[in-house]
Design a binder for this molecule. Structure first.
Ligand code: ADP
Ligand code: MG
Length: 353
């Protein structure tokens, strides 16, 4: 249904989306999961045709968005991140306006508007001003606006942001009820949200895809591949963090509590062949770290997600540092070459004039 290849977006020299590729089948509910600034909205904006890619292609239902932009746009209903609703309109007037934008025939309009009003459950507020309804209802109105054009695909950017817990559950259930009716892409920075609603998860970090898998596989493999260990150490063991940073099987750690005599850390560990506590004990005793308590826990999917993002961010940092070092070495070498061969500089200068 949607085929994205090597999609790239540059803002000036900054690459917000770095050559991502994925495909989405008809009827799937797919989640873009990633921290703020990962490139989720940028990617969605390119698929909806709101912004142009710098590179790459988007094929929707067999049509290239670059060649058939109008046709593709008609297939897509879009709910942007910050819902720009016209507060001086009533709910019904707004949906009517969206129907006009979508070029819906006058003869069909009333029926279509009634249908989406029913579908998202806003019948009781249809004649109220948008300024007078709750945030949860506004989100539904925005959804109705995305649905009124009869799209096959729905793109929902952070659909539950800013809602209270009850409204969050309501919107999630509504989106889940779209299963089979529409192909849905939604974005979120909350793992439990995507795992609750989506069949497939695309994890994006730093403009790149770090993982694509079915939600079920992610739950089965990722959380089993990592373990959480709570370690309480004596306050005297001030070298603890330095030691932990060097351990390859610890992907991230965080301090969870501290008192006058001890500190407790949460360690996100990769599964090893051993009992992970044995590996940790060996490493700690070698460095004279006094362990007061150690507790093993299965990682939750949320832990696994944090682990995926942390590992990826760290690998990116290492790669960038390596590139920076290589660049510095190159500059040094070329400087040395010029200093040892001043004639070349003169010649170069002469050449440029
Ligand atoms: P997400 O939706 O995952 O939070 P975005 O797609 O909004 O991320 O942004 C990805 C990156 O691109 C961010 O670093 C953001 O600051 C940058 N960015 C987004 N829009 C623009 C723009 N119009 N000009 C320059 N940089 C932008
Ligand atoms: Mg966003």
């Amino acid at each position: 249904m949607i085929e994205v290849k090597n999609l790239t977006k540059k803002y000036g020299t900054f690459e917000a989306v770095k050559g991502i590729s994925f495909s989405i089948e008809k009827g799937e509910i797919v989640g873009f999961l990633g921290p703020n600034g990962a490139g989720k909205s940028t990617t969605m904006n390119m698929i909806t045709g709101f912004i142009e890619p710098t590179e790459g292609s988007i094929i929707v239902d067999g049509y290239d968005i670059e060649k058939r932009p109008r046709l593709v746009k008609q297939k897509i209903g879009y709910m942007p991140e910050n819902v720009p609703l016209y507060k001086e309109l009533t709910v019904r007037e707004f949906i009517n306006y969206m129907a006009d934008l979508r070029g819906i025939k006058r003869s069909e309009k009333k029926e279509k508007i009634n249908k989406v009003i029913d579908e998202v459950g806003i019948k009781n507020v249809q004649n109220k001003l948008i300024s007078n309804i709750s945030r949860g209802y506004r989100q539904r109105v925005s959804l109705a606006g995305a649905l009124v054009g009869n799209p096959e695909i729905l793109i929902l950017d952070e659909p539950t942001v800013g809602l209270d817990p009850k409204q969050v559950v309501e919107i999630r259930n509504l989106i889940k009820s779209f299963k089979g009716k529409y192909t849905v892409i939604l974005s979120s920075h909350i793992l439990s949200e995507v795992s609750n609603m989506c069949d497939k998860i695309i994890v994006i970090n730093n403009g790149k895809i770090v993982k694509i898998d079915s939600t079920q596989n992610l739950i089965n493999t990722e959380s089993k591949n990592s373990k959480i260990v709570y370690v309480t150490v004596d306050n005297e063991s001030s070298n603890f963090e330095t030691v932990v940073k060097k351990l390859k099987f610890v992907s991230s750690f965080d301090i969870v509590s501290i008192d006058s005599t001890s500190k407790t850390y949460k360690l996100n560990c990769k599964e090893t062949n051993n009992d992970i506590r044995k590996d940790l004990s060996k490493a700690f005793s070698k460095e004279n770290i006094i362990v007061l308590e150690m507790k093993l826990e299965e990682a939750t999917l949320e832990d696994a997600f944090i682990d995926i993002i942390d590992t990826n961010t760290r690998e990116n940092k290492i790669r960038e540092e390596k590139l920076a070092r290589q660049k510095a070495v190159k500059i040094k070498l070329s400087l040395r070459e010029r200093l040892s061969n001043p004639n070349k500089i003169k010649n170069n200068k002469g050449g440029r004039k």
